[in-house]
Design a protein around this ligand. Structure first.
Ligand code: SF4
Ligand code: SF4
Length: 79
């Protein structure tokens, strides 16, 4: 019998906290609720976003596409 393997995409993001302006567009764009606002401000006085629930990230890159500062890098792998 042939088995169907359901592959689940897994992603990882890297946010440049010094580029981030804290606009939260990426948080609104993330379909998985993976992102949150950090509690420490950066050298420009903004509160950068961070990966609040990294295990939920699928690597869809919607956050990176929304970011006006190009502060998010996305890595994706098939698990
Ligand atoms: S890559 Fe997709 S799932 Fe991961 S944090 Fe960005 S928007 Fe959310
Ligand atoms: S969209 Fe970019 S600049 Fe705005 S909060 Fe997210 S990472 Fe920061």
């Amino acid at each position: 019998m042939k088995k169907t393997v359901h592959r689940k995409a897994k992603g990882r993001i890297v946010i440049d906290r010094e580029l981030c302006k804290g606009c939260t567009y990426c948080i609104e764009a993330c379909p998985k609720g993976s992102l949150g606002v950090g509690e420490k401000f950066n050298s420009n006085g903004y509160f950068p976003v961070y990966s609040l629930h990294p295990e939920k990230c699928t690597g869809c890159a919607l956050c990176a596409r929304m970011c006006p500062e190009i502060a998010i890098e996305v890595w994706r792998e098939e698990a």
